[in-house]
Design a protein around this ligand. Structure first.
Ligand SMILES: NC(=O)c1ccc[n+]([C@@H]2O[C@H](COP(=O)([O-])OP(=O)(O)OC[C@H]3O[C@@H](n4cnc5c(N)ncnc54)[C@H](OP(=O)(O)O)[C@@H]3O)[C@@H](O)[C@H]2O)c1
Length: 256
């Protein structure tokens, strides 16, 4: 069976994406820091879907985490067909006030680990002519985000990188998709501080719905999947407004 590696599988969208891929018959490799939660999910999909599930705990903010992960995959002779780069987090607050280490960790997880893991696993996918990459971005990718500037910029990177990669591998048989969720009911709202904002709490979608849209989009090799008509409307409207207007609007909504 094909094997899918999902980062950030211990909760939220990653948890639900794991259930989607396992439900589709894929063996899964689960990555995050919370080993107990990964084991719980691994047992669930083994029992419910009859697939193999391997747990590889890792802190993707650590500079050597991706190389160590790949070493463990080689040691276990696990070849990855689909990579789901889902792990990520945000932090609401002024750039000059959020601890520098938290910002650096955010870039390591949201950007660096995502890029390096893709770089490590893509050559085998290209050689086999199957599988691909599903990156989890955000509708934050489409405009600047005052009071959450690093997070928004990290998601703009994810979208740009995914689109570039998609064109580079076109015709290879690989699927490359960017899932762009809006506000979703996960641990993200509380962890980032965004959950207290009206713009977030008034528009959340269930993680299962978001993951299902992402999985189906990836299977059909969609380029970009934005779940929910309100989110699609928001993204479309940003393309009609000048950039200064969207950033001022976000600044007001995010209390900058
Ligand atoms: N929820 C939303 O409103 C929303 C909207 C747009 C985009 N997104 C994106 O969706 C993705 C998933 O987030 P979520 O909403 O499902 O939030 P979540 O429930 O907080 O899940 C985040 C996942 O990332 C993992 N993670 C965080 N830091 C990590 C690290 N240093 N090393 C390894 N894994 C790490 C967490 O696992 P551990 O803590 O166990 O390590 C967890 O599994 C993120 O990329 C997020 O930016 C979310």
């Amino acid at each position: 069976m094909p094997t899918t590696l999902i980062t950030g599988a211990s909760s939220g969208i990653g948890w639900e994406l794991t259930k989607q891929f396992a439900g589709g018959g894929d063996d899964v490799v689960l990555v995050a820091r919370s080993e107990d939660k990964l084991n719980e999910l691994a047992n669930q999909v083994r029992n419910e879907n009859g697939v193999n599930a391997t747990v590889l705990p890792a802190d993707l903010a650590k500079p050597d985490a991706v190389d160590e992960l790949c070493r463990q995959l080689r040691e276990r002779s696990i070849e990855i067909d689909t990579l789901v780069n889902n792990a990520g987090f945000g932090a609401l607050g002024k750039f000059a006030e959020i601890p520098a280490d938290r910002q650096t960790d955010m870039l390591m997880v949201n950007v660096v680990a995502l890029t390096r893991l893709t770089r490590m696993l893509l050559p085998a996918m290209l050689k086999n002519g199957r599988g691909g990459v599903l990156n989890v971005g955000s509708i934050a990718a489409y405009q600047a985000g005052p009071n959450m500037s690093v997070y928004y910029a990290s998601k703009a990177y994810v979208l740009s990188f995914t689109e570039g990669l998609r064109e580079e591998v076109a015709g290879s048989g690989l699927h490359v998709t960017c899932l762009e969720p809006g506000a979703t009911e996960t641990g993200f709202g509380e962890d980032s501080g965004m959950g207290k904002l009206d713009m977030f709490s008034s528009a959340t979608m269930p993680a299962k719905t978001v993951a299902k849209a992402g999985y189906e989009g990836y299977v059909n090799n969609a380029d970009i999947v934005i779940p929910g008509w309100k989110n699609r409307l928001m993204v479309t409207s940003t393309s009609f407004l000048p950039r200064f207007a969207t950033r001022k609007l976000v600044a007001r909504l995010q209390g900058a």
